[in-house]
Design a protein around this ligand. Structure first.
Ligand SMILES: Nc1ncnc2c1ncn2[C@@H]1O[C@H](COP(=O)(O)O)[C@@H](OP(=O)(O)O)[C@H]1O
Ligand SMILES: [Mg+2]
Ligand SMILES: [Mg+2]
Ligand SMILES: [Mg+2]
Length: 356
């Protein structure tokens, strides 16, 4: 008997691998076709192109499933030159493994118009019922533009629960035991020895494997590092001070007895890094009373960390609730840590946030 979600996992990993080939090409281009969205955040040719390729693969395999994806097609319909730049990448990005390209991912997108339609298919409102995929085609777009970390993220939720999660991290070291350092968060490339896919299926553990461009390598099990002594622990957080409160995180770390400075890195590469024991704790502390975290920023990472022996909650200690729409409207911030110390971390988080 094949294991549950085997097909979904295979499609998700290959779809992420192919989308990452596209983002890697754009990463090395000087002009990345960056435009500003309504909320002033950046989006690039890489984000749009990766979203089109992933949705194409999902629709070829699971036509009845819903999709919640970060990007919209409206802006592109009004900008033919941007559309053509994206099409050039979507048209020409193929897996090296031609058999998987056709048989698993369903082959090429027909034309630029079909590509725009695909990008627009990620408009589900989410919710608690049925099969819904969450896509973040480039998570950490600011890191992608700065030359830091970024991730191609895909997760399947069934009735509001994450069942499959895949993160492609082109700029992380392949080696699971490469400890997190400030350097890994900054000035990164996808040179030799870099690029990893993290995956998890509910109840089946978490794995890592080289991202590569050929047939997928066999995965190896990953697990969080057991911590006995918090003074030797490390924590990571966003590079962007506007995404996570970095002065509160420093106070929390100090109270926990953590002595190392935080490792700042963009994207869900943080979840993958702690899941494989390269770091220990991920803190994401709200910077405003109104911002709601997006489900595509957390769904894959949440499952990968939990399947690696971690616990992921918000700052109040509640599990992340992916069943309430496109955002995590019932949660505030994110705290991820090895299960054995998670409650100790939450206690200190509440002490520090309670002082405000
Ligand atoms: N005020 C805010 N607070 C928290 N997260 C925010 C935010 N504004 C934007 N973000 C999210 O932060 C994500 C990046 O996470 P990180 O800061 O850990 O690298 C962005 O994903 P995208 O880059 O996909 O847009 C975006 O969705
Ligand atoms: Mg994101
Ligand atoms: Mg994104
Ligand atoms: Mg974005």
């Amino acid at each position: 008997m094949t294991s549950p979600y085997a097909k979904e996992l295979e499609v998700a990993q290959l779809a992420v691998q192919r989308a990452a080939l596209l983002t890697k090409r754009v990463f090395h281009e000087k002009a990345k076709g960056t435009v500003s969205k309504d909320d002033k955040s950046p989006v690039t040719v890489g984000d749009f192109g990766a979203q089109a390729l992933i949705i194409s693969a999902l629709q070829a395999n699971f036509p009845a499933d819903e999709i919640v994806a970060e990007e919209e097609s409206a802006q592109l319909r009004a900008d033919p030159s941007l559309r053509d730049q994206i099409w050039e990448h979507v048209r020409s990005t193929r897996l090296d493994d031609a058999a998987s390209e056709e048989a698993v991912l369903g082959g090429a997108v027909k034309d630029a118009e079909a590509m725009l339609d695909l990008i627009g298919q990620g408009n589900s409102q989410g919710g608690a019922r049925g099969r819904i995929w969450a896509i973040d085609p480039i998570d950490g777009t600011k890191g992608f533009l700065r030359g830091g970390q970024y991730a191609v993220c895909l997760a399947l939720m069934v009735d509001g629960d994450v069942k499959v999660g895949v993160l492609g991290c082109p700029n992380l070291p392949v080696n699971d035991s490469a400890a997190l350092t400030a350097d890994i968060g900054a000035n990164q490339t996808d040179d030799e020895g870099r690029g990893v896919i993290f995956s998890a299926v509910i109840g089946q553990g978490a794995t890592s494997r080289p991202l590569g461009s050929g047939a997928l390598a066999k995965g190896q099990k990953i697990s969080m590092k057991p911590i006995t002594d918090l003074s030797s622990a490390s924590f990571c957080e966003s590079v962007e001070a506007g995404h996570s409160n970095q002065s509160e995180s420093a106070q929390i770390a100090q109270k926990l007895g953590i002595t190392k400075p935080s490792v700042r890195m963009d994207s869900q590469a943080k979840y993958g890094s702690i899941a494989r024991g390269a770091g220990d704790i991920y803190l994401r502390l709200p910077t405003s009373k109104t911002y709601q975290e997006k489900i595509w920023d957390h769904a894959a990472g949440d499952l990968i960390v939990r399947e690696a022996g971690g616990q992921v909650t918000d700052t109040t200690g509640s599990r992340l609730d992916f069943s309430v729409g496109r955002t995590l409207a019932s949660n505030r911030g994110v705290i991820a840590a090895p299960a054995a110390i998670h409650s100790q971390v939450i206690k200190v988080v509440q002490e520090v946030l309670g002082q405000k």
